[in-house]
Design a protein around this ligand. Structure first.
Ligand code: NDP
Ligand SMILES: O=C1OC[C@@H](O)[C@H](O)[C@H]1O
Length: 390
């Protein structure tokens, strides 16, 4: 691939929860295993809002980067001069304030999905990154998979003709063993409105990703058309949405996208029903569950010809066979920074904003609301979302 030394990206990890662990284990995988010899990653600092001890324990969990600095606050992390880019791995509620904290300190940012709670917050992040000439990307990892790239190429090359419709679902059967509730505690980030929980922001963003990367992203730049949105939700007892269905219509392109999500039933309990169907005049592409990490797709032609393709994630034998697939987005960050780009062409700022506008509209129609502390687009470095007192 590349000649000469690989470009090294030095990461600062903000938060030590589940996805931070998964992401860091991917950063520790050898890029050679996935055929990337032009970039490499180093974890140089980790911060926990709880304590520096928790950050140190995190290094044990990921079994690597033992020389990384460990901090007991996010504010210390963002001023570490050795850090190039901050990975924001906090709940949705915190993304706006935490990303602003990093950008204001002059750091590039990869921020977990859902990007923000409101579209105004997303716009403010983008304005700030642009003004400060900093790289910013929403961590929708699925977009960077070789499988997603291949699906987009198949559409562009006309393999399934003109695409008229994409249907996508990401649903999980999280019913509690007993009673009518869900298996999550009311305080859990999946259902807690204080943490911007709910099916749309946590799960719905993936079927929407498929709708957007197949119907919106591939529209020519001069004809870009944001969708009109019709949506409906059912509320859980906490006030967050447990079921949401979103119809995105692109009338100028005669295409329609349907994204659904629920915490009450599985997309596909037997791994036989496609989670995503991209339907065109000459056939369709079926992508199998889960919509966030598919490893199989099928191309079915109108004449009945069909072929299935398996695209497993590369596993690093030197890391106990680990390989989740988050390294693709990390590589994208490294290449963008190496090449002096502030945004990724695979998920441009404008598209993250339009997706946030779509989810915001869906939530509005579904009657889902979130508290002022997490919906404000006024940056406050002393917000409890930054200081860890929330
Ligand atoms: N890309 C993907 O596949 C996935 C993405 N995600 C996304 O990652 C983000 C985090 O999810 P996940 O890692 O599962 O969440 P966890 O609850 O496991 O971790 C969140 C971390 O955020 C920090 N935090 C700061 N304030 C709070 C607070 N008030 N309540 C809870 N946590 C807080 C904590 O770290 P500390 O104490 O160290 O500060 C905590 O460990 C979400 O945006 C989610 O949508 C989640 C799962 C999969
Ligand atoms: O991003 C995600 O992908 C996997 C899901 O299980 C998780 O809830 C979600 O946050």
């Amino acid at each position: 691939m590349a000649s000469g030394n690989p470009y090294t990206l030095k990461w600062g990890i903000m938060a030590t929860g589940g996805i931070a662990e998964t992401f860091c284990k991917d950063l520790l995988c050898s890029p050679a295993v996935r055929g990337a010899d032009d970039v490499r990653h180093e974890i140089v600092a980790v911060a926990s809002s709880s304590s520096s001890k928790r950050a140190a324990e995190f290094l044990q969990k990921i079994n690597g980067a033992f020389d990384a600095k460990t901090y007991g606050s996010y504010s210390e992390l963002v001023v570490d001069p050795n850090v190039d880019i901050i990975y924001v791995a906090t709940p949705h509620s915190h993304h706006f304030q935490n990303t602003m904290l990093a950008l204001e300190a002059g750091k590039h940012v990869l921020c977990e999905k859902a990007f923000t709670v409101t579209a105004a917050q997303a716009r403010k992040l983008v304005e700030t990154a642009k003004a400060k000439k900093l790289f910013l990307m929403e961590a929708v990892w699925t977009r960077y998979f070789p499988l997603s790239i291949k699906v987009r190429e198949l559409i562009t090359s006309g393999e399934i003709g003109t695409v008229f419709r994409t249907i996508g679902d990401l649903s999980i059967n999280s019913n509690a063993e007993e009673g009518s509730g869900l298996s999550f505690a009311d305080s859990h980030r999946m259902v807690n409105p204080d943490l911007a929980g709910g099916a749309t922001l946590d799960l719905g963003v993936y079927p929407l990703t498929w709708v957007f990367q197949t119907l919106y992203h591939l529209q020519p730049e001069q004809d870009k058309e944001a969708p009109t949105v019709i949506a409906s939700s059912n509320k859980y007892t906490t006030g967050a949405d447990e079921n949401t269905a979103i119809i995105c219509s692109f009338p100028g392109h005669n295409s329609i996208g349907i994204a659904s999500t629920t915490m009450r039933a599985d997309t596909d309990p037997e791994n036989v029903v496609p989670a995503v169907r991209i339907q065109g005049s000459k056939g369709e592409i079926q992508v199998f569950a889960p919509a966030y990490r598919p490893t199989k797709y099928r191309v079915v032609k109108k004449n009945g010809e069909a072929q299935t393709f398996d695209v497993p994630q590369p596993a690093d034998p030197a890391r106990n066979g680990w390989g989740h697939g988050m390294f693709w987005e990390a590589d994208e960050c490294a290449r963008c920074l190496r090449d002096g780009k502030l945004e990724s062409a695979t998920l441009p700022w404008k598209e993250s904003i339009v997706i946030m506008e779509t989810m915001e509209e869906a939530l509005r129609q579904g009657g889902i609301t979130y508290p002022e502390l997490i919906t404000t687009d006024v940056y406050d470095p002393k917000s409890p979302l930054n200081t860890g007192n929330q």
